[in-house]
Design a protein around this ligand. Structure first.
Ligand code: 5GP
Length: 139
């Protein structure tokens, strides 16, 4: 698959579409998933991305995983979750739905089932409040 620069996350990175931002630096952006599988489900994208792990430059991957580590710590702190899941899907067959490499950070609690992947839009006010919680935890 070739990278489509009109994909949703590329448009968010360019500021053409809005997002509930939690973190940004020169190489990466982190924002709320609009169809979260748990409270404070956050996505991390490198700005210089390919569709997935195989075609994304190594430097961009390194920057993205460093941001993912920061965000994972902040999501744990913001939610008090004892566990955090980091997920990265490659290809439609693997469940990928947006073809700009990204990491998911999803807090986990024992016995609390995840909601379905990429289904069920969250209330924008909830996303706004959760982004503020994660930003505060990032310090
Ligand atoms: P993937 O299936 O590619 O691993 O994950 C894509 C994620 O992007 C899904 O969890 C989905 O809920 C989320 N998503 C889809 N469209 C948008 C959007 O326009 N904005 C944001 N913030 N998240 C989106």
């Amino acid at each position: 698959m070739t990278y489509d620069p009109a994909n949703i996350f590329a448009r968010i990175v360019r500021g053409e579409l809005p997002c509930h931002k939690v973190y940004e630096d020169e190489a990466t952006l982190a924002f709320m998933d609009i169809m979260p599988q748990a409270d404070c489900h956050t996505l991390i994208v490198p700005k210089d991305a390919g569709t997935g792990i195989v075609d994304t430059p190594v430097a961009a991957l390194q920057a993205a995983i460093a941001t993912t580590q920061k965000v994972a710590a902040a999501v744990k702190k913001a939610t008090g979750a004892p566990g955090v899941m980091v997920v990265q899907l490659n290809g439609a067959e693997a469940g990928q739905t947006v073809f700009h490499l990204h990491f998911h950070v999803i807090p986990r609690w024992e016995g609390l089932q995840l909601k379905f992947h990429a289904r069920g839009m969250e209330d924008p006010e909830v996303l706004k409040a959760n982004a503020a919680r994660v930003r505060a935890a990032l310090g």
